[in-house]
Design a protein around this ligand. Structure first.
Ligand SMILES: [Zn+2]
Ligand SMILES: [Zn+2]
Length: 270
């Protein structure tokens, strides 16, 4: 089985700690054969939710790091370059021009904060009702992300549960089935995909993002494009739970998973 990891962060992300080379080497040692570095490009500032016009100013540094890593790795792993693009729908014009940057293999479109809200990580959730309202708004904003047309997959759908659960509210996307079905139909018809992110299996959430029942809705809506990623921010997490994710995909009926090169999907048999 070919192991891949299409969601990893180096120290070119504010919350990363290791070089691209060290992340990729850890992947190779774990048996990962195709891997993508997806450092953060967040259109909004995480504490205020306000626009960050300098969000892509580290792109040259990213490209230099990547070239250096590929050279030093000497072909021991197929390393690709992507970004995790946060809140691209909050500045569509800027998002389109960033997405056209040369050298990008892959773009994950994520939402870490909603319009006029700080990052989900920063919110002090006070009630179940508040969490449900935020979950609803979260799903709705994903329609905007897909309509931008410049993102390859939607990242870690439902991940806000991690932070809500920490504050005592175990709230996922239950009750939003109709909107999720419509969203996934739009994703499929637009030739886009989603990712299956394993990071929740390593923390208190205890689930993938999206959860299995949501993944099933995606499949039933005709979803074909699905990448798998650990969302690792340190070398020891690269490749974590990827085989569990493959098993989950098989269980809900997928026959293939996806990797990207030059922004084009490639399908690998499960
Ligand atoms: Zn993210
Ligand atoms: Zn990430």
């Amino acid at each position: 089985m070919i192991l891949t990891d299409f969601h990893t962060h180096s120290y070119c992300s504010d919350d990363g700690v290791a070089s691209m080379h060290d992340m990729a080497l850890a992947g190779a040692e774990r048996g990962v054969s195709i891997m993508c570095i997806t450092d953060h490009v967040d259109i909004d500032h995480f504490e205020t939710g306000g626009l960050n016009p300098d969000c892509f100013s580290h792109w040259d540094r990213i490209k230099e790091e990547y070239a250096l890593a590929v050279e030093r790795l000497g072909g021991c792993i197929d390393l690709r370059l992507g970004i995790e693009f946060g809140e691209a729908n909050h500045a569509p014009g800027m998002a389109q021009s960033i997405a056209e940057a040369e050298g990008l293999d892959f773009i994950i479109g994520s939402l870490h904060n909603l319009w006029d809200y700080p990052d989900f990580f920063c919110i002090r959730y006070k009630s179940e009702q508040e969490c449900r309202e935020l979950a609803k708004k979260y799903v709705e904003e994903h329609f905007e992300l897909v309509r931008l047309g410049c993102l390859d997959v939607l990242g870690h759908i439902g991940y806000a549960k991690r932070y809500m659960k920490r504050r005592g509210f175990d709230i996922g996307l239950e009750g939003l089935e109709d909107r999720l079905e419509a969203l996934f139909k739009l994703v499929s018809e637009s030739g886009k995909g989603i990712e299956l992110n394993t990071s929740g299996l390593r923390d208190n959430t205890g689930t993938t993002f999206p959860e299995k029942w949501v993944l099933k809705l995606y499949r039933e809506a005709g979803g074909e494009i699905i990448t798998v990623g650990s969302d690792s921010h340190r070398p020891e997490d690269v490749g974590a739970n990827i085989e569990d994710a493959y098993e989950l995909l098989r269980e809900v009926g997928f026959k293939y998973f996806t990797v990207f090169k030059n922004r084009k999907p490639e399908f690998i048999k499960l």
